[in-house]
Design a protein. Structure first.
Length: 110
């Protein structure tokens, strides 16, 4: 039972991070994925877990594949994130590496 709770908590934190990174409110995300804002709150707080259908709508809303919603489960430390980025870059082809570089310059520009 504890693992289910941890999964819900980790998933909820991830949804919150993605939503806030995209500067969306819970209400805006709820409208995009066609659920009540309260449901988004429950998911983000680890009180409920989305259905497969809603997972698909989250992925579409965030421009991701469903499996990507689980890649960072439990990874909150910087070292783990850097390793994951290194893995992604090493897997990418040349054009994808160029895009990653451009995106990284865009998000780190001050």
């Amino acid at each position: 039972m504890q693992k289910n709770y941890e999964l819900r908590q980790n998933f909820g934190e991830l949804i919150r991070r993605i939503r806030t990174a995209r500067k969306l409110t819970q209400s805006q995300l709820a409208e995009i994925v066609d659920v009540e804002a309260k449901h988004i709150s429950c998911i983000e707080n680890g009180l409920s877990f989305p259905s497969i259908d809603l997972l698909s709508r989250f992925a579409d809303a965030f421009g991701m594949h469903i499996y990507e919603l689980f890649l960072f489960e439990g990874k909150t430390d910087i070292a783990a994130l850097k390793k994951e980025l290194e893995y992604i870059i090493n897997k990418a082809d040349d054009s994808e590496v160029e895009k990653i570089y451009i995106y990284s310059k865009f998000i780190t520009a001050k």
